[in-house]
Unconditional design. Structure first.
Ligand SMILES: [Zn+2]
Length: 379
């Protein structure tokens, strides 16, 4: 007895758009989309020897009929964007995506174009920090900032907003405590001055930032938007120790945010911690995006660890794909391969029967995302 998930639809609950000319890339640029490192030497001399990257190229060779990185780069450069994108995304049955368009927004194609190219429903996830930084630059008072911020988060676009996201793990860590509005107010002039002195300013941990994060969490609950939180591996400027979801405990224990759903993204190497939190708090969910790609040889193990503690109604599939369609494709491929292996091993060890394995697969690959983000269009 074994299950096959090849044709199961995958809803990608955490992804980003593609680069504007995503087929016109050299080897270093393609590798860049598979690495969190900003070191050119690492991309040039080392990345292509990683097992996950070799596996990605091997799978891509089967799909394109071209062997090796050079031949694949030449092949993709001569395809139409629409054909190539759909060759990949159809191969792994990506049925819809929740997209954070706040990452390198100026370099990426917009969501409308991506939706047209891919012919798939796309939903928007709004990055809290981008909205807050934009509002701080224009607000002349704390009260004005407060109203601009709520307006900014609620702005309707062509693609329906279904979630908010915070990258606080990269901006000082996940340790966050409730903040009084008075301390945030008295921080306004200072932050405003720093922001106006540097065009490349980014918000980092301070009373003003913390306060507006908490405002966003409450607004999210009012609108039924889950809040995605990066944790574990991710940007190379993050202090990984402060990216442990356990650091977020004070907010999870606070009654004020009990109505907000939180989705921990990535999680590796804190998969057990995230799964534990998801088993304790009804409003905590987890995805394993990026982890299933960048440590794909361990993906089966990671999914088993998540399933060992967290209810299967709390785990979501995602790729964190960005820049190139190969990242979404390989993320989805790796997710399905690892989930198949994890469920087949649980089946062989008699933890679950075949029907239960298929139900769990359906939850992780699409049902949970549909329910949590309210994606009725995909029913
Ligand atoms: Zn991401």
């Amino acid at each position: 007895m074994s299950i096959d998930l090849q044709h199961f639809i995958l809803i990608d609950n955490h992804a980003h758009p593609l680069l504007k000319r995503f087929l016109q890339l050299d080897a270093v640029a393609l590798r860049q989309s598979f690495s969190e490192s900003r070191s050119l030497a690492l991309l040039r001399d080392h990345l292509a020897t990683s097992v996950f990257y070799l596996d990605m190229l091997n799978r891509l060779s089967i799909l394109t009929g071209r062997a090796g990185e050079d031949a694949i780069i030449e092949f993709r450069a001569n395809q139409s964007e629409q054909d190539y994108l759909n060759l990949l995304w159809d191969d792994v049955s990506i049925g819809g995506l929740v997209i954070d368009d706040g990452f390198r927004a100026a370099d990426m194609i917009d969501l409308q174009k991506l939706s047209r190219l891919s012919g798939r429903p796309l939903f928007r996830c709004v990055r809290i920090e981008n909205v807050l930084e934009r509002c701080i630059r224009v607000a002349t008072s704390f009260d004005e900032l407060a109203s601009l911020f709520v307006q900014g988060l609620s702005e309707a676009g062509m693609q329906r907003t279904v979630a908010l996201k915070t990258i606080l793990a990269y901006r000082g860590g996940l340790e966050l405590e409730p903040v009084a509005s008075d301390s945030a107010k008295s921080d306004f002039e200072r932050v405003k001055r720093i922001a106006s002195e540097s065009p490349s300013w980014r918000i980092t941990r301070c009373a003003l930032y913390d306060y507006f994060l908490l405002v966003a969490f409450e607004l999210a609950a009012d609108n039924g938007w889950p809040v995605q939180i990066h944790c574990g591996l991710g940007d190379d400027d993050a202090d990984l120790r402060l990216s442990d979801p356990l650091c977020f405990g004070p907010i999870l224990r606070s009654e004020s945010y009990a109505a907000t759903s939180f989705v921990f993204l990535h999680c590796y190497p804190f998969v057990r911690e995230a799964a534990y939190l998801a088993s304790i708090y009804s409003n905590v969910y987890m995805d394993l995006s990026l982890s299933t790609s960048l440590v794909s040889p361990s993906a089966e193990l990671i999914i088993r660890e998540a399933l060992a503690a967290a209810p299967s109604s709390k785990i979501l599939a995602g790729t964190d794909g960005h820049s190139t369609p190969e990242t979404h494709w390989y993320g989805a491929y790796s997710w399905k391969r690892a989930l198949t292996a994890a469920l087949n091993s649980l089946l062989a060890e008699h933890f679950i029967d075949e029907q239960q394995a298929l139900e769990i697969a359906g939850r992780l690959l699409h049902d949970n995302a549909r329910l949590l983000y309210g994606l009725e269009e995909l029913a």
